[in-house]
Write a protein that binds this ligand. Structure first.
Ligand code: ZN
Ligand code: MN
Length: 132
């Protein structure tokens, strides 16, 4: 994909700005609700397409946390996720070099160069643990 010469750059700029305002890892549908407040005529398909371009061009992450829907994240530097199985909240975890550890771990089986990593853990968040 040509990341410099794609059309509708203003719409994409707004989509990225709205994605950067949240740490909630929204779906395209959720982000569409926020973008529509600024661009009332934009379609869900356009938001979706721009999110695909942003993730293909390294300006956003597309996350599949096994929920049957894609989420998007403006934090592109390596980090991990915790997903609460009760309330669905997704929490960022700072990067620790698990990929390097795994790479060293599999050295005995042959060589494998890890080029990207997405790790998420499932569990129950602090608020949900308090509720009984
Ligand atoms: Zn929770
Ligand atoms: Mn994240």
């Amino acid at each position: 994909m040509d990341c410099e010469n794609t059309r509708n750059t203003y719409q994409r700029k707004v989509v990225l700005e709205e994605l950067k305002k949240t740490t909630a890892h929204p779906t395209a549908d959720e982000l569409y609700e926020a973008v529509r407040k600024r661009l009332p005529n934009i379609s869900l398909g356009t938001v979706y397409r721009n999110l695909e371009i942003l993730s293909a061009c390294g300006q956003a992450l597309k996350l599949d946390l096994g929920e049957g829907k894609k989420r998007f994240d403006a934090t592109t530097k390596p980090h991990y996720h915790l997903r609460c199985i009760k309330c669905g909240k997704v929490i960022d975890v700072p990067y620790v070099p698990l990929d390097k550890e795994i790479e060293n771990h599999v050295k005995g089986m042959g060589n494998f160069k890890i080029t990207s990593v997405q790790v998420h853990f499932e569990g129950i968040c602090e608020e949900c643990l308090k509720k009984k």
